[in-house]
Design a protein around this ligand. Sequence first.
Ligand SMILES: [Zn+2]
Length: 370
Amino acid sequence: MDLCSLCEIKLTTENDSREHIIPNSIGGRRKIKGFLCQNCNSTTGAEWDTELSKQLNPLCLIFFIQRERGSPPSQTFKTTEGRSLTLHSKGGMSPAKVSFEEVTVDGKSSIRIFARDIKEAKSILKGVKNKHPTINIEQLVSDLLPTEEYHSGMLEFDLAFGGPKSGKALVKSALCLAHSAGVASSSCEQAIEYLRRDGNPCFGYYNEQDLVENRPLNIPLHCVAIQGDPDSGLLLGYVEYFGIQRMVVCLSENYVGSKISKSYAIDPVKGAELSLNIRIPLNLKDVYAAYNYEKYDPIKMQQCFEAVIPVALAMSETRERDRVISEAVKFAFKNCGANEGDLITDAQYKKLCQLMAEKLAPYLLRHKQP
Ligand SMILES: [Zn+2]
């Protein structure tokens, strides 16, 4: 049996664990055994992988990443108009916090409440009663007219990625793949120094050239690759998240095994594995240059982002259309006066159409030509 790659405890059937090569929190699926003990699996998961998935959470949300358990947490973003909106893993957005404003039209004043749902709007109104005891709150509550609206600004995403914890998570992924390909973790001295003993980070951002030779178009893919060459003595790794964040890793500068090249890639949106040819034609000088941010170009990263973002927009549009239609149908049937299972009358049919049109209006208006 192997030793745990991190704490070197002997792995047994009791303490062995299944480690995801790419964390499941960002959509990775494949797991291997005989790499980490349960203790190291859970500590590194909680410390390193959690930080990685936190930094990549905006991308997990916009690509609707599915996890084995749970969903990516909702997250609040600022819009270019200065509002705060919360983006949910099941799609849709809501105001980050409740607020209200008084609107006066033709001398008639009304209150506009921005809330996540009708329940929240009611509790706001009840709060108003404390300040203005003379207001007929019960009447206002019964007069509440809920509407949905789309924000017109753009969400501001922070794609900053890095730091020691995320760095360790990505180096661990490369080490995990090397281990699954039969390379002993103990011979990956650069990775081990960094992961076990807080040595120098053995990774750097790299987008000077595209190392994926057969990159499928418009797929926000994750991949991990390793390449070992005894002639150069280098065992290198390459890790990419969502087709955007791209890093090279140096696992060893003293590699003496046979020539090796392996990769694992996945389309995290569909959960399907991809077969990619990844070549890492770098020497030690290139690797050190990558450590010093000399192989990273923010404009290229922006282009990578723009290449995959249409996928997110198309998915979001389909989900929003399905959600709006389903909500409109539910709302119309609930309020048209017919009971479940009844055949509807002419009057109920008319009411049904009218209610559906009302509910669909904000969505349809959003798609109307200006
Ligand atoms: Zn361990």
